[in-house]
Design a protein around this ligand. Sequence first.
Ligand code: GLY
Ligand code: MN
Ligand code: MN
Length: 368
Amino acid sequence: MTHPRVQQVAEIAAAAGVDGVALIPGAHLRYITGIDFHLMERLLVIIFRPGADPVAVVPSLEADRLRATDIPFHIFGWTDTDGYAGALTAAAAELALDGKRLGVETLAMRLLEANALRGAIPGLDLVPADDALAGLRLHKSADEIAHLRAAIAISEAALQAVLDAVRPGMTEQQIAGLLVMEQLQRGGGAVPFEPIALTGLRAALPHGTPTDRAIRPGEPLLLDFGTTVGGYASDITRTFSFGPPSDRFKDVYAAVQAANAAGRAAARPGLSAQEVDRAARREIEAAGFGDYFTHRTGHGLGLQAHESPNIVEGNTQILEPGMVFTIEPGIYLPGEIGVRIEDDVVITADGCESLTTFTRELVQVGGG
Ligand code: GLY
Ligand code: MN
Ligand code: MN
């Protein structure tokens, strides 16, 4: 019997009009095999073709992990001493893909693997299959949603612990480090991205990197962070006021809060992704800050912190139950203030459920 997830890849390949799919270490391979291979300098590529067992060209040191799965891989192992050329040539003979088309993830495949495959298989055409492959992981199962809920629960408990600990003089780096530690102590796995902890006018940098700047009373504190459970990522942003907020801060915050609420209220099955973006953006435009919401409203979430569906103007993809994504409007006034409120939601039978439940009210923390 064909392994269900291998069968899914075969169906995707057939639907995309390619003769197979070549994957390297990453979320798709983890989803299919259950193995979290490290992406490194050693060549590891697995080729899936409809109606055939997958062919794996892998460092020999990884072969036992593949043998431990219930997928009948044809394994072509290579050692550090010998290099991969011989294994790849032998695999190519079995694959019989000369002059054929292999789908690849353009966001993942490197020149290393692309050149090696083209060198070993005469006339091979590597074609982008990102959108088709995204379909593999687009609808989350109950088990996947349970992992996401667990990751989010850890992040939200860690957030409360950090807020209780923040004091004047703490630096962005110290606050970011504390977020990581509090999540690890609660059972969180590797962080899906380095936490963003920004104070004062630095909160206006949507993806700023924490520095040794110390927080001062009257400033925004923007925290954007996550953890993983079983590989599934949380991704949450809240913006706080360290001490009493200015009227300007309150106005900006209220506009982002309204946009976040409008995005969550809009998201439901049958609506397109871009309609959710429009619903959130409308609120910010109405408040006069339209030019300062400088990114999409959200992105899919799962084994990757950024995956499909993108919640962005131009994405006409229809939302369906089981899709999980963020709703994270923000306003960034350069050199002045930044506010973002980010929730992780799942599309349900008749709307959406926010998996993140941390308060979205403007909370005053720390410096009194
Ligand atoms: N944090 C917003 C984005 O990356 O789309
Ligand atoms: Mn985030
Ligand atoms: Mn995000």
